[in-house]
Design a protein around this ligand. Structure first.
Ligand code: SF4
Length: 375
């Protein structure tokens, strides 16, 4: 089984926290969509004919594309690859794009999962983030999506940003869980270099949220999601009734995936490849048959690091049997040795050879994961 990721690099507005590759200039959209199809055609053999169980249109903002553009792109992908009839087809969308007519069309086109960038229901915070939508539009997008028949609905939220109180975060979570969504991705604000939030922090215009407050917000997220019947199956991802994101789960469980479009990453189990992060250079290079990517073959140590980084973030954890089968006894023994300090401090638990993060370990997962890396 394999997945396909398609990066749509256009946005109508840049959010103050975002470091994904995107551009506000949509004038090259048609040229880009032609280049994208050309790339897909050139790379039909990348997945070795593996059946495709997920197609993910991410960005950027895929909902800047109209119905015809999305339909034509999906038709092309279906012609090039063996996309299973029950494949998960996700479209990332901004709330203000999701009007009833557009949603009906997406449904007709076979999009069966939406990932809506809600981030907050609060107008003040949405303005701070420079989101284009307001709280009312956030609510309307969920209601419209449900009315249009989308039963597999994922939403994104951000917490841990300056000024967000625990009470306000609780209100956001309660509003979110009052809807029958199936999946939630909730991320603590990260100050990515090059973003306005990063520069404001450096200049002392804003202050990071106190760490205890950040931890309290994360624990509240764990508690409220659990009360609402969600399973924390990954550090930042929560699913109801095992409606895990098939696409993201493929990344976390080491399945191959093909990434199309500028800045998209691909992995075939041996090599990692990433496309150039510029729509202009991408379009030109694809058309002129010039290289538009870099790639590297992973060493055994890098494959091991990758495995630990992705698996330990999930509820499926790291199985030492699996580790031994994939990497040999040496790596498995090293992992067990390194895990001791986290087991004794209660950050990791072990059950029949499977190691997972505890509630205490989840919030400091980055430090724990760094502790396992072979440098
Ligand atoms: S968060 Fe989404 S909408 Fe905002 S700038 Fe980034 S890619 Fe665009």
């Amino acid at each position: 089984m394999a997945g396909i990721y398609i990066h749509i690099p256009f946005c109508h507005q840049k959010c103050n926290y975002c470091d994904f590759y995107k551009t506000l200039n949509t004038s090259r959209k048609a040229e880009f969509l032609a280049a994208l199809k050309k790339e897909a055609l050139e790379r039909v053999s990348y997945l070795n004919g593996a059946p495709v169980e997920s197609v993910y249109l991410g960005g950027g903002t895929p909902s800047v594309l109209n119905e015809e553009e999305i339909g034509s792109l999906l038709d092309f992908i279906r012609k090039c690859f063996t996309v299973l009839s029950h494949a998960e087809i996700t479209l990332e969308a901004n709330p203000d794009d999701l009007n009833p007519g557009y949603l009906r069309s997406l449904n007709d086109l076979g999009i069966n999962r939406l990932s809506i960038g809600i981030q907050s229901f609060n107008d003040f915070y949405l303005k701070k983030m420079n989101r284009r939508h307001n709280g009312q539009q956030a609510v309307a997008s969920i209601e419209n999506a449900l009315a249009a028949g989308f039963s597999n609905l994922s939403t994104d939220l951000i917490y841990g940003f300056p000024g967000l109180t625990l009470q306000q975060w609780e209100k956001t979570l309660k509003t979110m869980f009052s809807y029958p969504i199936t999946h939630l991705s909730a991320y603590h604000l990260t100050y990515h270099e090059g973003t306005p939030f990063y520069s404001w922090l450096r200049k002392g215009k804003i202050r990071e949220l106190d760490e205890n407050e950040s931890i309290a917000q994360y624990y509240l997220l764990l508690d409220e999601s659990s009360k609402a019947g969600f399973e924390a199956y990954e550090i930042s991802n929560f699913a109801r009734q095992q409606m895990y994101a098939l696409h993201n789960s493929a990344y976390w469980t080491g399945k191959p995936y093909l990434g199309l479009g500028p800045s998209a990453h691909s992995f075939n189990g041996i090599k990692r490849r990433w496309n150039i992060a510029s729509v202009t250079s991408y379009n030109r290079a694809v058309v002129n048959k010039m290289p538009y990517w870099e790639e590297e073959e992973l060493t055994d140590n890098e494959k091991y690091n990758e495995y630990i980084l992705t698996r330990l973030r999930t509820c499926w954890g790291v199985s030492t049997d699996n580790l031994e089968n994939r990497f040999g006894e040496k790596y498995s023994a090293m992992f067990k040795e390194q895990a001791i300090k986290y087991l004794t401090t209660g950050k990791i638990r072990e059950n029949s050879g499977v190691y997972t993060l505890t509630r205490q370990g989840l919030f400091i997962s980055d430090d724990i994961l760094a502790g396992f890396m072979i440098i």
